[in-house]
Design a protein around this ligand. Sequence first.
Ligand SMILES: NC(=O)C1=CN([C@@H]2O[C@H](COP(=O)(O)OP(=O)(O)OC[C@H]3O[C@@H](n4cnc5c(N)ncnc54)[C@H](O)[C@@H]3O)[C@@H](O)[C@H]2O)C=CC1
Ligand SMILES: O=C([O-])CC(=O)C(=O)O
Length: 337
Amino acid sequence: MFAASRVFGAAQRRAFSASARDLSKVTVLGAAGGIGQPLSLLLKLNPRVTDLALYDIRGGPGVAADISHINTASKVTGYEPTPSGLDAALKGAEIVLIPAGVPRKPGMTRDDLFNTNASIVRDLAKAAAKSAPDANILVISNPVNSTVPIVAEIFKAAGVYNPKRLFGVTTLDVVRASRFVSEIKKTDPADENIVVVGGHSGVTIVPLFSQSSHPDLVGDANLLKRVQFGGDEVVQAKDGAGSATLSMAMAGARFAESLLKAKTQSGVVEPTFVDSPLYKDQGIDFFASKVELGPNGVEKIMDVGKITSEEQKLLDACLADLKKASCSEDSLPEHAH
Ligand SMILES: NC(=O)C1=CN([C@@H]2O[C@H](COP(=O)(O)OP(=O)(O)OC[C@H]3O[C@@H](n4cnc5c(N)ncnc54)[C@H](O)[C@@H]3O)[C@@H](O)[C@H]2O)C=CC1
Ligand SMILES: O=C([O-])CC(=O)C(=O)O
């Protein structure tokens, strides 16, 4: 038997019993993909999820039929790739995860995905603005630094934008940084929680080791490169077969779990790429920093805090890059406006 109890600890199962009456519908758009399938699997194992809706332009019902046989309580439904299927998948969702879109191949940057993924995310955002305007929208599709602002624009155009409910999922950067540090320091990765701020590509990914229990790692060029270009490491190793999927599924499931937990618990904090006041005066509307989550989504956006001069240089490079990304939002496919 493969039970949720083997994956989730006793404390989580107790928390589940307390909140079992809460219905938590979670929708995955792009559920049959490399990320979508393991992400859906992990969500099926999460006792806080009561209703799992799986949508893809191909294969959603098949993945749903498969996952629905797992003996956890949640209901799993797969939807046909039609406008009404998409609307039904979204109706009543509390969380919508979006891993729909194409992944990188070696030699590509995340920005090279923009032309294809911007329109995919735009169309899904339009459907979400109509059928799940109050849901938390968790954007995984790359380039995250641009796809998140696209969702904001679509929700604004529909008159339903709530900045507290839109998140670019940068959790994989935190997961990687924590893992890489634990390898160097021979610690339990579960005890490491490295703060990563900025965005989700190359130099916009800024780990703040000075705020960890290993401040000596500031200036470790190899570690910094692994954190900033961890995605490329996987793209190269997969050699044309895509980018990170399994680690991303874990990271996406962790972020969804944090949001669900934050409905009933205070003090849940995750770095995430949100509509942020921190650098608006520099023309940067979206920025990832530590965010306290709550029942309404974003509860509190924290500033980057105390950092070293070396980290400040990394942050300056990040801000310059994010500023370029913001300026080029005018170059969204014209239909995104
Ligand atoms: N935020 C992050 O940290 C990470 C983001 N990613 C990004 O996630 C995205 C997905 O990656 P993979 O799952 O590996 O790709 P994949 O190609 O394996 O899966 C994508 C899925 O999206 C579906 N899809 C395409 N258009 C759709 C639409 N209009 N509606 C619904 N579904 C649609 C496809 O049918 C496919 O099943 C990529 O853009 C990738 O760059 C990947 C890793 C980490
Ligand atoms: O590198 C990619 O293209 C996928 C991604 O965002 C990551 O693994 O961090």
